[in-house]
Structure formats: structure tokens, C-alpha cells
Design a protein around this ligand. Structure first.
Ligand code: N0T
Length: 560
């Protein structure tokens, strides 16, 4: 009995995922943990000097987590001879700088290619065969259909995980592992090696069809539609079941890669049970499968990945094409929590981080090539992350219940209306006010963003940068047609009737108090200053300028 409970609690002390309402939380050392991250450039953690130089910078940026490549070619330079000094160095430096690590297994595939496989593997292409294009051209992409490729990759990955398990038993410095990086076929949408062709023309595995039938109602709409066009057939080869097109090739590729990744994930789990994920390069800019890495862990392929790789905890997007809110929304699904391992570094990433945690209960956020952040960008990120650190316990406590919302504005998308019961909040970009010279002098508006958290009926936390919010009761206005009144209160000459909002009677919402605060570690609020008068437009709105991240504690009230 004692040994059983001891074993259970030992297991529970490792970083793990836990459901809370609609949210999935990463638990580290028994507490919910928001990954305030950054990913190192691909070649920035491959020497001791680089690691020693870069890691202290990350702590200054207030990161709590760094995403670090674990390169196959560096840990197994000679076949069967492993060297983990570089891994140990990263773990040691992380501990010295109060950082957690997410290791990225750059194994058989890195951005589709097999460039991180050791030279002995690359040269022995007879033993470790390549994927082929339709035209028969060998690619510098190892074939996922080769057992030898898998064995070699699996052996190295297992050694890595064993090593992490041994050196990180109690400290929990390594909180998650990403398996491979941006998997996907390039040029053509699938491998045309002999083994791949054989698998493609044979029956679609029964286990996949069973999965699809069982989850028919919950399938990604694009798959449902595609399969539906073929009459939801359940027996036949890939083209018979899904149709003869490029996207069927891609389904096949996704499924094949996922089968392979599942075997790594299973071993990983049995050796050291921490969360595991895969990342995807986006199918953006209207490219077709093969123009973008086909078959990666993309949202429209989620059912292939879930069916073949159930041990993977989530699929995560790498976001470089702008339109952030639109892309993350595709990855925050009923069956997939949001974690953003890579996002383009902009110098103003903090606003997106606030949005991601507020709107999507994100597990984490991580700009890419973080060590190259500008001085200004580093300061601003530190400002954002330090406030998010303060907010973590209170956000975590309220997650998964629809109590928080995220805001993200730019020059084109300046307004969002949010309802909490009968309270209507109109949030806008700070520059929708004419009060900052940069709003009107032709400057490009920086993204503004933040989060709203409802603590009680008339009590809110509002945090972020570059936002302004007004509060009213949902039905306090009604639309009428009337002559436009000029600022002087007179009807404009010759004016036509226009839609106007008129007071509709009933209660109104007022701003009681607005305090800028910090949040202490025990969750209590530390008063910085009261904002009133000009700073709230005499009680009309709550705002945070574009130059600073702030946390505001807002009390509302009702009057009639
Ligand atoms: C990422 C990174 C790194 C505007 C690219 C993104 C990282 C990999 N790939 O620097 O290589 O290891 O995961 C590919 C998307 C770039 C599209 C840019 C379009």
C-alpha cells in the first residue's frame, strides 16, 4: 500500500498536463505553469560558450522557459557512441538562470529535411534510405517507411530521454519534449519509395477507419467533407476512401509520420513521463501540400495524428505569417490545447502572449531566435512576461470557465465587444483615441493586446498594453433614426436621418475605481497607484498606453 502511493506521488511530481474545465494546464512542481518562453536559434546552443553567453540574457528577458535544440548529430557523432555534455550544459545553465527547458528533438527530421542526422547516417543511404519524389529523385529526407531509419532515430532518442530521466529526476528542469521539428514532405506530398508506394495502394489500415468512424462527429471539418465526398467509405485503398488528389497523398503522409512518431513517444513516456508534442510549419500563403511541408501536424490533419499517435499530447503551430489571432484559433480546438513553440519575433511579442493566455488558455508562448531580440524588444518582453508571471496563479485559478478573454488589435482590427452577462465591454486599440500623437501622424500602429479576467460580478482585472475599454449595460442603448447632432448640439444643415444609439432606460454601468497594481506571490494585490481624472477620461474608460504593460484592478458599479 505504501509503495503504491509512493509510486503514484513520485509519478505525479513530474511535469504533467491536467484538465481544468475547457483548459489544459501544464503542472510543474505541483503548480500550474504558463510557459513564458523563447526558442533559441538552431545553431545557438551547440557550444558551451554560446550556452553560457545566451542563457543569462534569457533570464533578463524574464523568460521562465527556453526551447533548446537537442541535436542528434551532436549527441551521437559516432554510431553508438553517445555524448550528452551539451545537454548537461544546457540543463546546468537553465538551473543557474532560473529557467525551465523544453528540448526539441532534432532527430530524423528538422523542417522536413534530415540535416540533423549524423554524418555516418547520411552517408549510409543504402542502410538508411531516402524518400523519393514521384520522378524518382532521392531527397535529403529519410524515408519514414524504413525500419532502419526508425531504429537509428529511436535508439538515439531513447538514450537522450534516459539521460534526461537520470539527471532530472527531482528538479523538473525539463518540462516537455518536442519530437522532431516541422515534419513534412516537400516537393511532392508523399514519399514515392517502393515501401511507400506499396502502403499507399493497399487497404487503409482498419484501425484508422475504426477511429474515423468512432469519432465521425468530432472530425476536423475539412476531413469530414473530404471523406464525405467519397460517401464515407470504410474499405479500400487511400484513393478509394479519400479521393484521388494531393490532399489524399497528404493524409497518407501525415498518418505515416504519426505512426513513426508514436513509437518514439511511447518509448519516451515509458522512460520519463513528461508531456510530448509535435510542431508544424503552416500551410499558409495558399501553398499546396509539398509546397508547404505536407503531412505535418497541421490542424486539418489532426485526426490522422490523433489516430496514429495518441501518445502525443498536442499539435502546435509555428507562426510566421502574421494574422496571429486567426492562426492560433485553428489550433485551439476541443481536442487540442494551444501551445505556440515558435512565433516570429517582432519586438512587441508581449501583446500576443497576453492575448493567447487570456483568450485561449494557452500552455505557452515562445518567440523564435529569442537570443537575437533587440535591446528594446528584450526590455518590452521582460515588461510583459514579468506581469504575466504575477498573473499566473490567478489566471490559472480561473482558467477553463470562460472568465477570461483576450484582446489583440492592430490598425485594421481595432475593436472587439465582449459580454459578461448583462455587461457589455467595448475594447479598442489605444490609438482609437486621438490623444497620442502617433495615432494620427501616419505612424504604423503597434499591435495592442491584453486580457480581461472577471473576478466577481463587478470586479475585473484588465492587463496588457495599448488598449482602451468602455463599459455599459447590454440594453442601455437602443438604435433610433434621427438627425445627426453636431458637436454644438444643433442638427446639421440638410442632414439626413441616421442610425443613432439612444438611451433605453434602465440601469447603467459605472466605473467605481481603477487601481494599477502588482500581484504578490500569495495572490494578494499590491497597490501601485489609483488612476482617476484624466487617466480614466473622468470615469468614462479604462486604458493602458502602448509603451508599458500594466495590470489594472477595476471595480464597477450600477446606477440608475
Ligand atoms: C522554423 C524556423 C527555424 C514569412 C525558421 C519556420 C525553426 C523552424 N521554420 O527560421 O528553422 O527551427 O521550426 C518555417 C516558416 C518560415 C516562413 C516565413 C514566411
Amino acid at each position: 500500500c505504501f509503495t503504491l502511493s509512493a509510486a503514484v506521488s513520485a509519478q505525479k511530481t513530474l511535469p504533467h498536463l491536467q484538465k481544468k474545465g475547457t483548459a489544459t494546464q501544464l503542472i510543474v512542481n505541483q503548480k500550474p505553469f504558463l510557459v513564458l518562453g523563447g526558442e533559441l536559434g538552431n545553431s545557438s546552443a551547440s557550444s558551451f560558450q554560446d550556452i553560457e553567453r545566451e542563457f543569462p540574457k534569457l533570464q533578463k528577458m524574464e523568460l521562465n522557459t527556453v526551447l533548446v535544440p537537442a541535436s542528434w548529430d551532436l549527441i551521437e557523432p559516432e554510431e553508438g557512441k553517445f555524448d550528452f555534455k551539451i545537454i548537461d550544459k544546457a540543463i546546468d545553465q537553465a538551473r543557474k538562470n532560473n529557467l525551465k527547458i523544453v528540448f526539441l528533438w532534432f532527430g530524423a527530421w528538422k523542417n522536413s529535411m534530415s540535416c540533423y542526422a549524423p554524418l555516418w547516417f547520411k552517408k549510409d543511404y543504402k542502410k538508411y534510405p531516402r524518400a523519393y519524389t514521384k520522378a524518382g529523385k532521392p531527397l535529403e529526407i529519410a524515408s519514414s517507411f524504413s525500419d532502419q531509419v526508425f531504429e537509428a532515430d529511436h535508439k538515439a532518442y531513447s538514450q537522450l530521454v534516459k539521460h534526461i530521466a537520470a539527471v532530472d529526476k527531482t528538479e523538473n528542469t525539463v518540462v516537455m519534449i518536442q519530437i522532431e521539428n516541422e515534419i513534412g514532405m516537400l516537393e511532392d506530398a508523399r514519399d514515392y519509395s517502393k515501401a511507400a508506394n506499396a502502403a499507399f495502394s493497399t487497404q487503409v489500415p482498419e484501425s484508422l477507419m475504426k477511429f474515423l468512424v468512432k469519432n465521425k462527429k468530432d472530425l476536423h471539418p475539412s476531413l469530414s467533407e473530404k471523406w464525405g465526398r467519397q460517401g464515407f467509405k470504410t474499405k479500400g485503398n487511400w484513393q478509394e476512401i479519400f479521393g484521388a488528389d494531393l490532399f489524399t497523398d497528404e493524409l497518407f503522409t501525415a498518418y505515416s509520420y504519426a505512426l513513426y512518431v508514436e513509437k518514439l513517444a511511447k518509448t519516451s513516456r515509458s522512460l520519463h513521463d513528461i508531456p510530448l508534442f509535435v510542431n508544424a510549419a503552416m500551410n499558409s500563403r495558399n501553398r499546396l501540400p509539398g509546397q508547404y511541408p505536407a503531412g505535418g501536424p497541421l490542424a486539418h490533419l489532426i485526426d490522422m495524428w490523433h489516430s496514429a499517435a495518441p501518445t502525443i499530447d498536442f499539435l502546435s503551430p509555428d507562426l510566421y505569417d502574421g494574422d496571429y489571432a486567426n492562426w492560433v484559433t485553428k489550433y485551439r480546438l476541443h481536442n487540442n490545447p494551444l501551445f505556440v513553440p515558435e512565433v516570429k519575433m517582432t519586438g512587441n511579442n508581449g501583446v500576443q502572449a497576453f492575448y493567447s493566455f487570456g483568450e485561449h488558455d494557452a500552455i505557452g508562448y515562445s518567440p523564435f531566435s529569442i537570443e537575437n531580440n533587440s535591446e528594446a524588444g528584450s526590455k518590452r518582453l521582460a515588461n510583459a512576461y514579468s506581469k504575466l508571471k504575477q498573473l499566473t496563479p490567478i489566471l490559472a485559478k480561473h482558467q477553463g470557465q470562460g472568465l477570461s478573454k483576450g484582446l489583440l488589435f492592430d490598425q485594421k482590427n481595432i475593436e472587439r465587444i465582449i459580454n459578461y452577462d448583462d455587461l457589455k465591454i467595448t475594447a479598442r486599440h489605444y490609438f482609437s483615441l486621438p490623444w497620442d500623437a502617433r495615432a494620427k501622424d501616419g505612424s504604423v500602429w503597434p499591435e495592442g493586446g491584453g486580457l480581461i479576467l472577471r473576478l466577481a460580478k463587478d470586479e475585473y482585472l484588465i492587463a496588457g498594453s495599448g488598449i482602451v475599454l468602455e463599459f455599459e449595460k447590454e440594453n442601455e442603448k437602443k438604435e433610433i433614426l434621427a438627425k445627426d447632432l453636431g458637436e454644438d448640439g444643433f442638427v446639421a444643415q440638410g442632414g439626413k436621418d441616421q442610425k443613432q444609439n439612444q438611451w433605453n432606460g434602465g440601469k447603467r454601468a459605472g466605473i467605481g475605481t481603477v487601481d494599477e497594481i502588482d500581484i504578490n506571490e500569495d495572490g494578494s494585490f499590491k497597490y501601485i497607484r489609483r488612476l482617476n481624472g484624466d487617466q480614466t477620461h473622468q470615469g468614462r474608460h479604462v486604458r493602458i498606453g502602448v509603451d508599458d504593460f500594466q495590470i489594472l484592478h477595476v471595480k464597477l458599479y450600477e446606477y440608475q
